[in-house]
Design a protein around this ligand. Structure first.
Ligand code: GDP
Ligand code: MG
Length: 423
């Protein structure tokens, strides 16, 4: 069984939380794209964890976790994240963590370039998480990146450093007038943070194929949502990788295998971190109230998230991009404190009502069409059956299901592992 757990919206839908729950039925959890710009918060009986690079399956004994070739890996961050989790009692060894030899390494100079560029852009900035993600993916496609497998052959790796540093300084020093990076600092960095990871690096594609043949269940964990996908998202306010389910087998290392199921994680309202068009956005008091109710501050950056009501237009598009077979609707409990709710059911573009998500340029001119629905206005965090939910909450879920034309199989009513309703 190959299942993808992917985001329908702009990210932070609660993917980590759902992977943590659903991983009980899986043997392997793979991350297939992105880097440490991800922020997945998971709360279970072992504690509260924030994961940036490690798959959320790392929290469950017996699950093997894979960092796939589609990822960019900041090796210092990975080392620190693993140490932080170990201090919280999580076991991380080459037995339960495998890193693709083809994954690309995010270097300190990528982080530097990310910051230099955001500063140059000033008020036109993209809202980058400044973790070096765009610069390292750019280098990957320029074929000037270092890959994890090279750490297994240091002599060869160190030979390449001189050429890459020379090329990189054309921009760091020549373009941005920043102090140049040096060959020594790059080699030192590999020695300190790369060499200790050697035992974890392997051909994960080979390993995953064997696992699949042996009948193991494999799950793919996305970082970020459909609307941040490099091709299908709100470009250029996207991430630099493919966040969509169809890419999961490729980014994990098994392009020969086909997904059996795509589970879309969708939030009961909308949030968006950083810049870019966000049609259903609330402002002022309305925004404050929803942000406070949902605790909407980024896990990776601490930035306040932009918020709004559920957006049918964007979500339908997200569901299509993800090929979602079913949906887990998260954070329904956050809406409990409102007597009346709104749903963005359409956009108005140049005086016309539209229902399909438009191209980026038009998106800037779209205005939301809100419709009001009745809230339930009582605590639902203790509900464990759909029938146990107040009628208005059931109606809200059914309405979203109807408008989005996709079955909602899970409803999450709290951040903890068991605060879930399975339909
Ligand atoms: P991810 O990036 O998609 O994994 O999502 P994040 O972890 O960045 O953001 C989701 C946040 O909502 C986290 O702080 C979760 O602990 C929390 N969360 C997840 N599901 C629920 C839920 O159903 N109700 C509430 N109140 N919080 C939730
Ligand atoms: Mg997140």
């Amino acid at each position: 069984m190959l299942t993808s757990i992917c985001g329908i919206n702009w990210g932070d839908e609660g993917k980590g939380r759902m992977v943590d729950l659903l991983s009980r039925r899986y043997d392997v959890v793979c991350r297939y794209q992105g880097g440490n710009n991800a922020g997945h918060t998971v709360i279970n009986e072992r504690g509260k964890f924030i994961l940036n690079l490690l798959p959320s399956g790392i929290l469950r004994d017996g699950v093997v976790n894979v960092l796939g070739n589609g990822m960019v890996i900041d090796i210092r961050h990975l080392t620190e994240e693993a140490d932080r989790l170990r201090a919280q009692g999580i076991r991380i060894t080459p037995e339960n963590l495998k890193i693709s030899d083809k994954a690309v390494i995010t270097m300190p100079y990528h982080v530097l370039m990310d910051c230099l560029e955001e500063e140059r852009l000033a008020d036109k900035k993209f809202g980058s998480t400044r973790r070096g993600i765009a610069p390292v993916y750019a280098d990957k496609y320029m074929k000037k990146a270092f890959r994890m497998g090279e750490l297994l052959h240091p002599e060869h790796l160190y030979e390449r450093v001189k050429d890459i540093v020379e090329w990189k300084n054309l921009t760091v020093e020549g373009g941005y007038h920043h102090a140049p990076i040096t060959v020594d600092e790059v080699i030192e960095y590999f020695k300190k943070y790369g060499e200790p990871l050697k035992e974890y690096i392997c051909d994960v594609g080979l390993w995953l194929n064997e696992a699949h043949k042996a009948g193991k269940n494999i799950m793919f964990e996305a970082q970020l949502g459909a609307l941040r996908d490099i091709d299908f998202g709100i470009y250029p306010y996207t991430s630099s990788s493919s966040t969509i389910a169809a890419y999961a087998p490729i980014g994990a290392g098994v392009p020969n295998l086909k997904l059996d199921k795509s589970v879309g994680i969708m939030k009961a309202y909308s949030t968006c971190v950083g810049e870019g068009p966000f049609t259903a956005e609330y402002f002022g008091e309305k925004a404050e109230a929803l942000r406070a109710a949902g605790g909407e501050y980024g896990a990776a950056t601490g930035r306040p998230r932009r918020v709004g009501p559920f957006d049918v237009v964007a979500s339908r598009y997200g569901i299509r991009c993800q090929g979602a077979d079913e949906i887990a609707l998260t954070k329904l409990d956050v809406l409990s404190e409102f007597e009346e709710l709104e749903i963005c059911t359409a956009y108005e573009l140049d005086g016309k009502i539209i229902h399909e998500f438009p191209f980026s340029d038009a998106l800037d001119r779209c205005k939301p069409v809100f419709e009001k629905v009745k809230g339930w206005n009582c605590d639902i965090t203790g509900c464990r059956t759909f029938e146990g939910l107040p009628k208005e909450a059931q109606d809200y879920v059914r309405l979203i299901e109807k408008l989005c034309e996709c079955k909602i199989t899970f409803v999450s009513v709290g951040a903890e592992r068991d605060q879930i309703i399975e339909r």
